[in-house]
Design a binder for this molecule. Structure first.
Ligand SMILES: C[S@@+](CC[C@H](N)C(=O)[O-])C[C@H]1O[C@@H](n2cnc3c(N)ncnc32)[C@H](O)[C@@H]1O
Length: 203
């Protein structure tokens, strides 16, 4: 687990979650009621699996969640009823086609992050590429009225994503959860109630 153990790390450990990131999603759920859009959820960059576990717990037996990651998730998640895992790069068109075929989804989540290199410009660019891929996926398989939340590293051209989301959703917010380390350049874009029609990325 990256980063120093802290209150959120200990709380995840105590409650059996494989990553402390679960408290970021918990906070977004309390604040924006993201998961209330319905039980069909897509989690892009789901491993080790805290977000997906929390979603399935939140939705009870109704939850049907598709998780995608380069790496296998925790065994605790893999054995959960309602969970399907697609291993691969969601920027790969063949993987994206398999994801879209499992839709439409009520909620699309992405906590995906590039492996950081220490070069802030390169890392924010790579995060933006992932963000663009998440928007392309959501445009193809999130139902009208559905909700989206994605992580992005600040400091690049992330404003273009925010503008695209503003056009495609009724409500859009940039949100830094308390559980996000203050030194981290991450933030989350939360977009609620997708409008009808596709949303197109700025060229
Ligand atoms: C911060 S972790 C996600 C933690 C997760 N939300 C949880 O609660 O356990 C980011 C994940 O994004 C995945 N990832 C990054 N780029 C990806 C890509 N292009 N396709 C699939 N997964 C990707 C990484 O492999 C990593 O597991």
């Amino acid at each position: 687990m990256p980063g120093k153990p802290d209150y959120y790390w200990q709380k995840s450990k105590d409650q059996g979650y494989p990553a402390r990131s679960v408290w970021k999603l918990q906070e977004m759920q309390e604040r924006f009621r993201l998961l209330d859009a319905g039980p069909h959820v897509l989690d892009l960059g789901c491993s080790p699996g805290s977000w997906s576990l929390m979603v399935l717990e939140n939705l009870g037996g109704r939850g049907v969640l598709t998780g995608v990651d380069l790496d296998e998730p925790d065994a605790k998640l893999r054995s959960r009823p309602g969970f399907t895992f697609l291993q691969g790069d969601f920027m790969d068109p063949a993987v994206l086609a398999s994801v879209v075929a499992r839709g439409p989804f009520d909620v699309v989540l992405s906590d995906a992050a590039p492996s950081t290199s220490g070069n802030r410009i390169r890392d924010t660019e790579r995060s933006l590429e992932l963000g663009r891929a998440v928007l392309a996926a959501a445009s193809a398989c999130l139902r009208p009225g559905g909700n989206l939340a994605l992580k992005i590293f600040q400091g690049g051209s992330e404003r273009e994503l925010l503008e695209t989301l503003r056009a495609g959703f009724e409500t859009t917010r940039a949100f830094k959860p308390k559980a996000s380390r203050s030194e981290s350049m991450e933030t989350y874009f939360v977009a609620l109630h997708r409008r009808a029609g596709s949303f197109t990325l700025a060229p």
